[in-house]
Design a binder for this molecule. Structure first.
Ligand SMILES: [Zn+2]
Length: 193
């Protein structure tokens, strides 16, 4: 498994101040040529995220970290047509109300049948979850995992968030909030400097 780590630093308006790690390689692997490091700096992170709810949840996670000054962790999938990839996102508070986003590749495996290559179109009838990659076909109510979709994967998708991932994001945010209150109960206040 190839090691992969991607970093980004954003301010409280989600503006990209710095990107690092294997950002360019990752963007190229994902055919996101317009997302190369030189061109994304000082743009909004939100301009590079597809799907309204995905943007809203990402903003909510960053806001929570900045407010509580505690890190948040979330596992998600970001697959390529041939490779299933499991990542961990860590959002870390930094000074001056900035946040560091670290994406760590934790696991990867080849699909038994590669997926069709897909592109984003907000008007597409089929839908993909931004966080687990599962697909909800037009007129279906259930989500199907990419591990079982193979060459039935739609070639055009819109992005939403499935109920399972919505719950995972809520849990990750809740852990930050609970951690803060548990911390202040034990320590009697802010233990940072
Ligand atoms: Zn999902």
């Amino acid at each position: 498994m190839k090691f992969l780590q991607v970093y980004a630093v954003v301010d409280s308006n989600y503006r990209l101040l710095w990107v690092g790690g294997e950002w360019d390689e990752f963007a190229l692997q994902n055919a996101a040529r317009n997302a190369l490091a030189n061109t994304v700096l000082s743009t909004s992170l939100m301009a590079h995220i597809a799907g309204e709810e995905t943007r809203a949840l990402t903003a909510q996670m960053i806001d929570t970290v900045l407010k509580q000054k505690r890190p948040l962790r979330l596992e998600y999938r970001c697959d390529s047509p041939s490779l299933a990839r499991k990542f961990q996102l860590t959002i870390q508070p930094m000074k001056d109300n900035r946040a560091l986003l670290v994406h760590d590749l934790r696991d990867a495996w080849h699909f038994s049948t590669p997926l069709n290559l897909w592109r984003y179109d907000p008007a597409a009838p089929d839908c993909k979850c931004s966080f687990c990659g599962n697909v909800r076909f037009a007129n279906a109510s259930d989500w199907t995992t990419c591990d079982e979709i193979g060459d039935r994967h739609p070639t055009v998708v819109t992005y939403e968030v499935c109920a399972g991932c919505r719950a995972e994001v809520a849990k990750a945010i809740e852990e930050v909030l609970i951690g803060t209150s548990a911390n202040s109960a034990v320590e009697g206040g802010n233990i940072e400097r």
